[in-house]
Unconditional design. Structure first.
Length: 292
């Protein structure tokens, strides 16, 4: 599919958190705490935001952090420069899987229906084929599933777990795999949609209750929704060019939270780096916590 179709455009956004994040990324709704987790990769920061009270917290990490997800037993799992780390509920840090590679860092990650973490990496110089996508289980076992990735980004599953969506940003594609729900293996890679020249590059994604894929467009100033057949049926334009990722959260999982970035912009928009939200944008699906 090429992502053709008639798209509805619009829906007003709001500023959830005014922030000057260099590379805001990875929004994740934690249903156990009713708060949003998100990160600033290049400033090594983990943010939380409680939309019911407006309360925010900030934690600095010792390395660049590519993703943060809640754990089933409490605490957080982090996709860091040198591997996968755990923060326990008492804020104690320990490594789960450490595998430092010079010039490489962790990037986007997602938790699969079976509770495993699918963690992406990329080289700082974005060398072609320098990144990976690995499956990390709760006991720290890591298996590389894709070893020729350039900028590993959005990953998500259909509501029934039978399809996995994935983005290697420079390809401009949103790819889809068939998934063996027993083993978690992926196969049959093919493009769901291709982002046309001039519309930016696909970055982070999330999947809604209808099985549609929402994609943030880096240098595209928008979030798009694609149907399971690959048709573009909705566009949310935003005033920030570098839109990085999105997720449904809030009461009922109906609000779309969107992260943005300032890095590399010659004259950043005042909202670049902020956390945005589109209230009532759709219906999300609760995401599993990491089983580790």
């Amino acid at each position: 599919m090429t992502g053709t179709g008639t798209a509805s455009t619009g829906t007003a956004f709001e500023v959830a958190v005014h922030e000057e994040a260099a590379l805001g990324e990875g929004p994740t709704w934690d249903p156990a705490t009713d708060r949003l987790l998100w990160i600033d990769i290049l400033n090594s920061r983990v943010h939380t935001y409680d939309p019911s009270t407006g309360r925010r917290t900030l934690r600095r990490t010792d390395q660049h952090v590519g993703a943060v997800k809640p754990r089933a037993g409490g605490g957080l799992v982090l996709n860091l420069r040198d591997g996968i780390g755990l923060l326990d509920p008492d804020d104690t840090f320990r490594w789960l899987h450490r595998e430092p590679v010079p010039g490489r860092r962790g990037n986007d990650a997602a938790v699969a229906p079976d509770g495993s973490l699918w963690a992406g990496t990329m080289r700082y110089d974005e060398a072609v084929g320098g990144g990976t996508l690995a499956r990390v289980t709760g006991d720290g076992t890591s298996e590389v599933l894709l070893d020729d990735v350039t900028v590993s980004n959005g990953t998500g599953w259909s509501p029934d777990g039978r399809l996995m969506y994935y983005i290697d940003t420079p390809t401009r594609r949103i790819d889809v795999f068939d998934t063996d729900t027993d083993s978690g293996r992926i196969m049959g890679r093919r493009p769901l949609a291709v982002i046309e020249d001039g519309a930016g590059f696909p970055d982070g994604l999330c999947v809604d209750a209808d099985g549609c894929v929402w994609v943030a467009l880096w240098d595209g100033g928008a979030v798009r929704r694609y149907t399971p057949s690959g048709d573009l049926d909705r566009v949310i334009p935003l005033p920030v060019p570098r839109v990085t990722a999105c997720v449904f959260g809030g009461p009922g999982l109906t609000d779309l939270y969107i992260t943005t970035a300032r890095v590399g912009l010659p004259a950043p928009h005042p909202l670049a780096g902020s956390l945005l939200v589109v209230p009532g944008a759709g219906q999300g699906v609760a995401q599993p916590a990491f089983a580790g």
